[in-house]
Design a protein around this ligand. Structure first.
Ligand code: PBG
Length: 341
């Protein structure tokens, strides 16, 4: 029963926006942003050996998988309509050295993982990170100068280009340089083309900030450096969170160097940057909802302070609304299950 107006008071309004919110059908008609499983890229962690999945304490629901379990997880995602995965290896600490030489090992864990996934699911888009942090003993994304005080740019790019070729040879659809060295997109494109991999695409982590939201990820891949500070200072290569113009400039540079897809990372705290980059490029744009964004919703939900189902969906929807065409998110599977239902 509609409640009776208590008085004759009536506003004379030219617009009553609530008319379009009256019921679910009207709301569906005017809905502007729609999430679908095909918007998601699922980041997955892989470990060597045959052991059981290793849960990551700071990322509830996320585990590191051995290669066989990784393939199973990829198949489940594929069945749910998730078209892409991004693979991150966790390397045994004993295999790491200051120059991350294991990154150029032809039998590297991530390459074995790529081959296994592409063999089982040729249609699934497989991406890998191009950066040295999972492989270096110090956890930086590049090589250090002799005095250990500087992350070397050009020497790092030389290694990254070789790494990209190895990944292309293993069958990745996209290489995703996440290192933030200058000039790496052009160098990687050139190296790929020279080896005949002109169809291997580049997703550039183009506007990647030196963010404190990567903490749980560094636990997951063990790049938080064993000794000393737990959060490595990557401010000499990743963007200053205070800088908006510089973030746009980085995206433009990477587009000019040949990136096929650009990226903003993190996503939720940087929605303005997603919108800014969306407006300066016609390239597809990805956004990475990072480990800390995932962890904070889980933590609040665990305390009973937030509804995880609703906030996870809303947080990802907001990233798409801001202008991202695709979202790397640890919620990919749970959201895909619900969007498919
Ligand atoms: C490494 C890399 C990082 C992430 C993706 N690739 C961490 C870093 O730069 O230290 C973070 C992802 C996340 O937090 O979910 N180059």
């Amino acid at each position: 029963m509609p409640s009776k107006p208590s008085s004759g008071f009536k506003l004379d309004l030219p617009a009553r926006p609530r008319r379009l919110r009256r019921n679910a059908s009207v709301r569906a008609l005017v809905e502007e942003t729609v999430l679908r499983p095909a918007d998601f890229i699922a980041p997955l962690f892989v470990i060597d050996g045959k052991g059981a999945p290793e849960p990551i304490a700071s990322m509830p629901g996320v585990a590191r998988f051995n290669v066989a379990d990784l393939v199973r997880e990829c198949r489940a995602l594929w069945k749910l309509g998730v078209p892409a995965v991004a693979l991150f290896p966790k390397i045994d600490a004993r295999l790491k050295d200051p120059s991350g030489s294991i990154a150029l090992d032809e039998d590297a864990l991530v390459l074995r993982a790529v081959r296994a996934v592409k063999k089982a699911l040729p249609g699934l888009v497989v991406m890998t990170d191009i950066a040295l942090d999972p492989y270096t003993s110090h956890g930086h994304d590049g090589l250090l100068s002799d005095d250990g005080r500087e992350v070397l740019n050009d020497a790092t790019v030389e290694v990254l280009a070789k790494m990209a070729v190895l990944h292309a040879r293993a069958g990745v659809d996209f290489v995703a340089p996440s290192d933030m060295m200058d000039g790496r997109i052009a160098a990687i494109r050139k190296a790929l083309d020279a080896e005949g991999f002109d169809q291997t695409a580049i997703m550039a982590y183009s506007s990647k900030f030196a963010s404190a939201y990567y903490g749980p990820f560094r636990d997951a891949v063990g790049s938080a450096k064993a000794a000393g500070t737990s959060l490595l200072d990557k401010r000499t290569y990743q963007l200053n969170p205070a800088n908006r113009r510089e973030a746009i400039a980085e995206a433009i540079i990477d587009e000019g160097e040949g990136a096929d897809i650009l990226m903003v990372k993190p996503a939720g705290p940087y929605l303005d940057i997603i919108r800014d980059v969306r407006e300066v490029t016609r390239k597809p744009l990805a956004a990475y909802q990072v480990s800390g964004e995932y962890a904070q919703l889980h933590a609040a939900a665990k305390l009973g302070w937030l509804d995880l189902e609703r906030t996870s969906m809303e947080s990802v929807l907001a990233i798409k609304r801001a202008g991202a065409d695709m979202i790397l998110t640890y919620f990919a599977k749970t959201l895909a299950v619900r969007l498919k239902a």
